[in-house]
Design a protein around this ligand. Structure first.
Ligand code: GLA
Length: 381
């Protein structure tokens, strides 16, 4: 009898921790239509992008979500109050599109809005949370980006909380991406409480050096609020959209990886050049971003136009970025002690772009070209 009793194991969730691994244990990765295509979307685009995500190797590198942004809807709800996919863009609705995406081993996302209308003027979901979450679940949606246009000025925590609850009650596991632009500081608690797996911290990105570097500056100080199943989101990637030089795209991708930003590409994968592919498929930087410990990188030093950023990795190593914002080359250096590594005789260093390997006794130093990064991962030997 005693042995039978001792065989009963009661599993209880640890205080303050989720009992399940959650839907976003690492920052979500995927593709979204907005940055490159805006409202010019449709069934054919989704199918072609899904094929390219697979053929390019992006799926196998972790880019799982294929997300439609604004403008997938018809202008009016149906007679039952349900959202309707635009009959011209999606003649057979979203279910076959989701099926096509799922058959390729990918996941499918859509966009809606916590106000009366989306930013582009399509039906909003405020007051329709349950019926819309049920539609998403029926169509096979795995990810919802929930925007903030045309809201009624009621607290975002309430509006987003209602959709978070509706998603949980929908019967399907749906990642909840809060797109509230950081107005009410979702990272301070209400983002997680509303069921969000990620939350925008800023206004929209555009395809320029000035845009993403300004967004980068706004991430300083938010590090402690990001972690598994609740990520700070400085907006999607502009890599490969043509507004920046390749080395600027590399710097943008590097910093987003270090910030544990969701890596959501937004370029035309059907016309992707080799340089862009090399950026999006940099496995070493993806590994930095997807590190299971989920500690966001931070700025260690700001010397005006030269900065040093670092991220502690779960294996005890560190990712270190020397960032030159100036329009001429600069030398930047930092000690391994300053990036938080314990003292040792030697350290192994890998350059995460050139893949060159080396050894240092304690200093990292490089000549960093204009508008560029040098990124290292450093291990104790
Ligand atoms: C807002 C969001 C963007 C995008 C557009 C679509 O501006 O912040 O990311 O979704 O709406 O209209």
């Amino acid at each position: 009898m005693a042995s039978l009793v001792s065989a009963v194991v009661v599993v209880e969730p640890l205080a303050g921790r989720s009992a399940s691994p959650g839907l976003a244990p690492t920052p979500p990765m995927g593709w979204n239509s907005w940055n490159r295509f805006g409202c010019d979307i449709g069934e054919r685009l989704v199918r072609e992008i899904a094929d390219r995500v697979v053929e390019s190797g992006m799926r196998d590198a972790g880019y799982t979500y294929l997300n439609l942004d604004d403008c997938w809807m018809a202008r009016e709800r149906d007679e039952h109050g349900r959202l309707v996919p635009d009959p011209v863009k999606f003649p057979d609705g979203l279910r076959p599109v989701a099926d096509y995406v799922h058959e390729r081993g990918l996941k499918f996302g859509v966009y809606a809005d916590a106000g009366s209308k989306t930013c582009a003027g399509y039906p909003g979901s405020l007051g329709h949370e349950q019926v819309d979450a049920r539609s998403f679940a029926e169509w096979g949606v795995d990810y919802l980006k929930y925007d903030n246009c045309n809201n009624d000025d009621s607290p975002a925590a309430d509006r987003y909380g209602k959709m978070g609850r509706a998603l949980r009650e929908s019967g399907r596991q749906i990642v909840f991406s809060i797109c509230e632009w950081g107005h009410e500081r979702p990272w301070e608690g209400w983002g997680r409480q509303a069921g969000g797996h990620l939350w925008r911290t800023t206004r929209d990105i555009t395809d320029s050096w000035a845009s993403w570097t300004a967004l980068l500056d706004l991430q300083v100080g938010l590090e402690e609020h990001s972690g598994p199943n609740g990520w700070n989101d400085p907006d999607m990637l502009e890599v490969g959209n043509g507004g920046m030089a390749d080395h600027e795209d590399r710097a943008h991708f590097t910093m987003w990886a270090l910030l544990n930003a969701p890596l959501i590409a937004g370029n035309d994968l059907r016309a992707m050049g080799a340089e862009t592919k090399d950026v999006l498929l940099n496995r070493d930087l993806i590994a930095v971003n997807q590190d299971w410990g989920g500690k966001q990188g931070r700025r260690l030093r700001d010397d005006g136009e030269q900065e040093v950023w670092a991220k502690p990795m779960s294996d005890g190593s560190a990712a270190v970025v020397l960032f030159n914002r100036a329009s001429t080359d600069r030398e930047i250096g930092v000690t391994v002690a300053a990036v938080g590594l314990p003292s040792a005789a030697e350290y192994r260093v890998v350059d995460l772009w050139t893949k060159a390997e080396g050894v240092t006794t304690g200093e990292l130093r490089a000549r960093v070209p204009a508008h560029s990064v040098v990124a290292y991962r450093v291990w104790l030997m």
